[in-house]
Design a protein. Structure first.
Length: 241
């Protein structure tokens, strides 16, 4: 069973979106599970202090290394990556989600305040990961987003696992445009090729749609994909017709 452990000052934030839909069904079926570890339980003194002013002065408070280490050491971390949700970390990606999904689980440190003392990050080998170039009040939302991305890749979680291979980022491109019923809506028809039954033409259309969307919206992804696939810039316009 895949198990996610969340070290947090706000355990009441969980399970959040992890407790609904296919993720909750998979948890009930024993495919994965989670636990929350209240960081305050390892706090010091009468008031269970977990933080202190930053060395060198400055605003805010910093999570103490002794308190955080005690919380980390209370968890069975064998074979599991230790992740610290941090805006200065490695950008989270579908590739990393795939890598995490093949392991026995992960331990996630949800930061608060001005961050975590650098000494515990290095001493416990925490991997800093960011979900984007912005700052949150704490790491709980980021931890849940990462966990959802990972858990849905576990065998037996997705209803149609074949669909996972066609999603954005799996091939290096964004996912193609999608259409469904009705065949015409407010004067906008479904592209004829998608109704043709010609699977080769449909696959070509979807590939061109994915290329065009990626070129327009994520030129960085398109450039990286082009290096290994020798692509030319797509012709824009036709892929939406």
């Amino acid at each position: 069973m895949f198990k996610a452990s969340f070290i947090t000052l706000c355990p009441e934030a969980f399970p959040g979106p992890l407790g609904v839909s296919i993720l909750e069904r998979a948890r009930r079926e024993g495919i994965w599970d989670y636990e929350t570890v209240q960081l305050r339980d390892f706090g010091l003194g009468k008031h269970k202090n977990v933080d202190a002013p930053p060395a060198g002065g400055g605003a805010g408070m910093v999570l103490r290394p002794d308190v955080t280490a005690a919380a980390l050491d209370s968890i069975d971390t064998a074979g599991k990556p230790l992740i610290y949700l941090s805006p200065r970390g490695e950008p989270f990606s579908q590739k990393l989600a795939r890598e995490l999904s093949i392991g026995p689980g992960m331990v996630m440190m949800c930061g608060r305040f001005e961050g975590l003392d650098e000494r515990v990050i290095r001493a416990r080998g925490l991997k800093e990961v960011s979900i984007g170039d912005f700052v949150l009040a704490g790491g709980e939302v980021a931890a849940m987003a990462m966990t959802e991305a990972v858990v849905r890749l576990l065998p037996g979680v997705a209803g149609n696992e074949a669909s996972l291979d066609e999603e954005s980022f799996e091939t290096g491109l964004l996912e193609h445009d999608q259409y469904t019923l009705p065949r015409e809506w407010e004067g906008h028809p479904t592209p004829e090729v998608l109704l043709s039954g010609d699977h080769k033409r449909i696959q070509e259309w979807r590939f061109n749609s994915a290329k065009s969307l990626t070129f327009e919206r994520r030129p960085d992804l398109y450039a990286a994909y082009s290096k290994t696939n020798e692509l030319q810039p797509p012709e824009t316009g036709d892929e939406h017709d």
